[in-house]
Ligand binder design. Structure first.
Ligand code: NA7
Length: 540
């Protein structure tokens, strides 16, 4: 039995200094709890700390992609563009860390390696890569849904003598790619954002595309002061409306189905959405995620746009997504993506026609020819939702590894707590709306729910809380059933875990809508947490 008294002890350990971790820390401190937050990066910001690639920008509008919990903060902060650039979000989150004096409880450049629930003491023992060993009553993962980056295992990669970059680990000092021969692998949101920017620098740019993606123009622009002021006058009301929506975003959610209107009206609606820009396009008709024929019409509209933008008909065809439903891979939002392929020094290589065979010292070989490259940019995505949690060795009751419990797919009640892992919480965990929403809205809802539960435990003099197994099983089934009613399960996407070899094919988020999910979480509280077990715990 290990000796708890030898290790520093906290009320809570939090993992990750992104939007989730910082707000969690703030709430813990408001509750008067002693918390330690560990962050692998050498600064706060989470995803916005790491993803510094040229063109990195949020696809939720600035006025909505921010915390709502503090009225003075949301009134005072000034955004400069319709969609915030990575640099501006990073400034904002640093401002938040200073404004709420969070830094003293944050330990940077420290990665949590393991967390073991010690039943004898009813405490978590947490170890880091810096040699820290601490205990805590509560262990809270705010490690992020899109933070465990993936570089595919490609033959000869270590032989490549050029510069190797990943969009999610872009050097802080930047990279000078002027005049260089650059290859980009991956055409998800990150690739689609960075390709037009890299094309401005590179002497030659080759885009290695495995699956073409649907992308809608952002029509990004400066955000005039009057527009911000108008929004701020009704900030609370806007936030409330967002929280009552399915995505936690004030989109223009269609009330009509695709075939309720005639062809002319349909096309006008697609066009109106295209001109407005952004992921709002997903909501053009209310059946787009459940009716393949409806989805195909919207998809074809986007393909027509691609054909109109890209001058080489063959390239246009290769860039046009086919064979999967629009939006079932996350819809991208871009600035000049398709038009970039009209530039003479930009080349599109179709990996479906000719896969990469191997890297060499000077570039890479494909089935249809070789490319000499000075730099390769991996825009190959993440082990989404579960990756960052599973990369920590989390052991619950009977020392069972969470990764083993999740071998056939993640199991968690409401995406918040896991049966047999007492006092372990996940902010935006699997089975919660997370990545299908404005994630800050989801983060605030989770953090506030967790804080309310901790306050309840204190009032009831309880030391331990854990989700019960049966409600967890029911919730996991419910999450799967909701997904099965949609087109999401028909596509190989990171939503389905399909981008990671060997990962179980399970729809990771809850697709029933943020507003419905939040209501279920409120019901749980109102009913006195019937699906959780509390106990006064074991004295240390
Ligand atoms: P994504 O959306 O997962 O995109 C990754 C891209 O990399 C995608 O085009 C993949 O093609 C491609 N990829 C992955 N592995 C390979 C291999 N082995 N060979 C060739 N191409 C590959 O990641 P992002 O970083 O763009 O975006 C993730 C989210 O972060 C985004 O949705 C926002 O929410 C923020 P595939 O489609 O798998 O054929």
């Amino acid at each position: 039995m290990s000796n708890t008294s030898a290790s520093p002890s906290y009320d809570a350990v939090v993992v990750g200094a992104g939007f989730a971790g910082l707000y969690m820390l703030h709430k813990l401190r408001q509750l008067g709890l002693r918390a330690r937050l560990y962050e692998a990066g050498d600064g706060v910001g989470g995803t916005w700390f790491w993803n510094r690639y040229p063109g990195a920008r949020c696809d939720v509008e600035s006025m909505q992609y921010s915390y709502s919990f503090d009225e003075a903060l949301q009134q005072e902060w000034q955004w400069s563009e319709r969609y915030p650039a990575q640099r501006e979000i990073l400034s904002y989150i640093n401002h938040v860390a200073d404004r709420f004096a969070l830094r003293p409880d944050i330990q940077l450049e420290t990665r949590v390696l393991s967390a073991d629930f010690e039943e004898a003491h009813a405490r978590w023992r947490v170890r880091t890569d810096q040699g820290d060993e601490v205990t805590a009553q509560f262990f809270i993962s705010a490690a992020g849904c899109l933070s465990a980056a993936r570089t595919p295992d490609m033959a000869g990669l270590d032989d490549f003598a050029g510069l190797r970059l990943h969009t999610s680990a872009w050097p802080q000092e930047g990279v000078d790619l002027r005049g260089k021969r650059v290859g980009v692998i991956g055409t998800g949101s990150s690739g689609i954002q960075t390709i037009p920017q890299l094309a401005q620098q590179a002497g030659q740019l080759v885009v290695f595309q495995r699956t073409p993606n649907f992308s809608i123009p952002a029509w990004n622009r400066p955000l005039p002061e009057q527009e911000q002021q108008a929004w701020k006058q009704n900030y609370q009301a806007h936030r409330e409306r967002a929280r009552n929506s399915r995505s936690g975003i004030l989109y223009d959610y269609a009330q009509r189905a695709t075939f309720e209107v005639d062809e002319a009206e349909r096309q006008a609606e697609y066009e109106r959405r295209w001109r407005k820009g952004g992921a709002n396009f997903n909501h053009c008709f209310n059946d787009i995620f459940v009716n393949a024929k409806s989805n195909e019409l919207a998809a074809e509209f986007v393909r027509e746009k691609i054909r109109a933008i890209v001058t080489d008909p063959e390239a246009a065809e290769r860039l046009s997504p086919k064979g999967y439903a629009l939006g079932t891979k996350r819809l991208c939002v871009d600035t000049d993506y398709y038009a970039t392929f009209n530039l003479p020094h930009v080349q599109l290589h179709d990996l479906q026609a000719a896969p990469i065979e191997r890297f060499t010292a000077t570039g890479l070989q494909t089935a249809s020819g070789d490319y000499a490259l000075d730099a390769v940019v991996f825009a190959t995505g993440f082990d989404a939702v579960t990756g960052a949690i599973e990369r920590m060795e989390i052991r619950g009751r009977q020392q069972r590894l969470l990764k083993d419990k999740w071998a056939a797919g993640p199991r968690a009640y409401l995406g918040l707590m896991v049966a047999d892992y007492p006092n372990f919480f996940m902010v935006t965990g699997p089975g919660s709306p997370s990545i299908l929403t404005n994630v800050i809205v989801s983060i605030e809802q989770h953090v506030e729910w967790i804080a309310e539960l901790l306050a309840h435990m204190r009032a009831q003099q309880q030391q331990l809380v854990e989700a019960q197994t049966e409600p967890e099983d029911r919730w996991v089934r419910h999450v799967a059933q909701v997904a099965e009613g949609t087109l999401f399960t028909t596509t190989n996407s990171w939503y389905m875990g399909a981008n990671v070899p060997g990962k179980p094919r399970v729809f990771l988020p809850y697709g029933g809508g943020f507003h419905i999910y939040a209501a279920l979480c409120r019901e749980e509280v109102a009913a006195g947490y019937p699906h959780f077990t509390f106990s006064p715990g074991t004295p240390a």
